[in-house]
Design a protein around this ligand. Structure first.
Ligand code: NAP
Length: 496
């Protein structure tokens, strides 16, 4: 259970502690941050509001711990990560309980998130052992004017202290997708979990603690992003930032110093449905893609662009499936659960009201109770409506009817986002041509957008991000190339 058994030491009274120097600590600030349960709308948990002095101390510790960690053999780093992965999976029930209570994740999905996270950690350990165990050997005489008198040995070295900031919707999975590559590559880590999701993240960190990582290597400071975020992201002790979230990431990119940034930001993933599409397949993917975890996924289908000739048929199929979605508390494993905060629910409602005023067709009646919003399909959405462009991060899905493929591509590419997109057609040639011109980091053919499997490259264009994730890319991103050049007194040739 959360905060019980092996997790007892991470809580003091009713406030969860933060993690630094291999220990669970109370903040000297004496302040805490409340985490509101999206379902009950009452305080569920409290976490420490860490101070700037505590952040300074953590950075110092992380810097010192990284030096010896970088000298720890790669196989030993991998061994510890495998151990942490196993412990994480053993405690999936306790962590899933937190996910249910603080972000209203449906019970089964919450367990899946933890198991997937364990698998991600193990895979990263294996991948790291392979790709970091290899470097490059170059000889000088391939470049004009050179003899073969220089040998260059290049290998990958860690960056130092990695600052990881994940969002609320996958506070465990999107934390380990930063922690594991950072550690296997020889970096130390400071995690700033999202406020909603912080307690799940603290339980996950305790699994790493139980695995026996060196003191100071992994640290987790809690507090509101709006209060300690800037101090963290502009801290001179940080050598790399891996951030996943919304527009905050754009602001961070402007303020951060000369350090590598990995930014995975918002999306407005378009789903283009052509006349020859398998409409049953498209409808099933639109509902799964648009409404899983109540639409609170970066890769949710966020706008359907369907050819007018098949639009009626598609909308009917989607409507029929939406009618079958269960709505209610996450504990009952409902498909649609309350959205994360009241302000998110208000924002979503604003988009719905704007669409109503401007004449969208409501396929269901709009219904909201507290943070719980019933799934809503909006047909005949036009480009002058906010919902055509903005990310609702809720169970609201707009349908725009198009008269040509070009119109669909134009809408997709006119977005300032470029995370993923998808196209449904039985014509593979068309699918490839459309995928080529869609300005998104990934295009899925005949399936909804998705971040996984976690070893696939994952990236956003335009305002959707900087760099690429996916296990291999994340490991590489958290390293720098170092070269050693051997200068020979005379040219050397291996043959003749
Ligand atoms: P968010 O509001 O941007 O918050 C993300 C993280 O940033 C949280 O940990 C937050 O902490 C922290 N933060 C807030 N202000 C900060 C500051 N000034 N400096 C540093 N950190 C700060 O996003 P969210 O609402 O949690 O997540 C939803 C968004 O994430 C959506 O836009 C979604 O599309 C995007 N997302 C993208 C991906 C992807 O891979 N592309 C995946 C998932 C989600 P607090 O919680 O304490 O404020």
């Amino acid at each position: 259970m959360a905060g019980k058994g092996v997790f007892e030491e991470i809580i003091d009274g009713d406030v969860y502690k933060y993690y630094a120097d291999g220990e669970w600590k109370k903040s000297a600030s004496g302040k805490s941050v409340s985490i509101i349960n999206p379902t009950t709308r009452k305080t569920q948990y409290k976490v420490q509001a860490c101070s700037q002095e505590e952040v300074n101390k953590v950075m110092e510790l992380a810097k010192a711990a990284q030096k010896s960690w970088a000298r720890t053999p790669l196989w030993k780093r991998a061994e510890l990560l495998h151990k942490a992965a196993a412990i994480l999976k053993d405690h999936k029930a306790s962590i899933a309980e937190c996910l249910v209570k603080e972000i209203a994740k449906p019970a089964k999905d919450a367990v899946t998130e933890v198991v997937r996270s364990g698998d991600l950690v193990s895979y990263t350990a294996e991948e790291g052992v392979r790709i970091l165990g290899e470097g490059k050997f170059l000889v000088s005489d391939s470049f004009p004017g050179n003899e073969r008198s220089k040998y260059c040995l290049s290998s990958k070295i860690p960056l130092g202290v990695v600052l990881a900031i994940p969002p609320f919707n996958y506070p465990v999975n999107l934390a380990v997708s930063k922690i594991a590559p950072a550690l296997i590559a020889g970096n130390s880590l400071v995690l700033k979990p999202p406020t909603q999701g912080a307690v799940s993240a603290l339980h996950m960190i305790h699994c790493f603690h139980m695995a026996g990582f060196p003191k100071g290597l992994i640290n987790c400071v809690t507090g509101k992003g709006s209060e300690i975020g800037d101090f963290l992201t502009m801290h001179p002790g940080v050598n790399c930032i891996s951030f996943t979230g919304g527009d905050t990431g754009i602001a961070i990119s402007k303020k951060a110093g000369m350090i590598p940034l990995q930014m995975e930001l918002g999306g407005k993933d378009a789903c283009i449905v052509l006349e020859d599409a398998d409409l049953d397949l498209a409808a099933a993917n639109i509902v799964k893609g648009g409404f899983s975890y109540s639409g609170q996924r970066c890769t949710a289908v966020k706008v359907v662009l369907v050819m007018e000739s098949v639009a009626d048929a598609l909308v009917e199929k989607v409507k029929a499936k939406v009618a079958k979605l269960t709505v209610g508390p996450p504990e009952e494993d409902c498909d649609i659960t309350p959205v994360v905060t009241e302000s998110s629910a208000n924002f979503i409602e604003g988009l719905v009201m704007d669409a109503k005023e401007k004449g969208a067709t409501f396929c269901q009646e709009y219904r909201r109770e507290g943070n719980l919003i019933w799934p809503l399909l909006l047909d005949h959405v036009r480009p002058d409506m906010r919902i055509a462009w903005e990310e609702p991060f809720g169970p609201i899905l707009p349908v725009i009817r198009i008269n040509s493929v070009e119109e669909g591509i134009h809408h997709c590419n006119a977005s300032n986002f470029g995370l993923q997109g998808c196209v449904f057609t039985r014509d593979i040639n068309k699918a490839i041509m459309i995928s080529d011109v869609m300005e998104t980091g990934t295009v899925q053919i005949n399936s909804a957008p998705a971040r996984g499997p976690d070893h696939f490259p994952f990236q956003g264009l335009k305002d959707s991000g900087i760099g690429s994730q996916g296990i291999t890319n994340s490991i590489n991103m958290m390293t720098k190339v170092k070269s050693i050049v051997i200068n020979l007194p005379s040219p050397s040739y291996t043959m003749g």
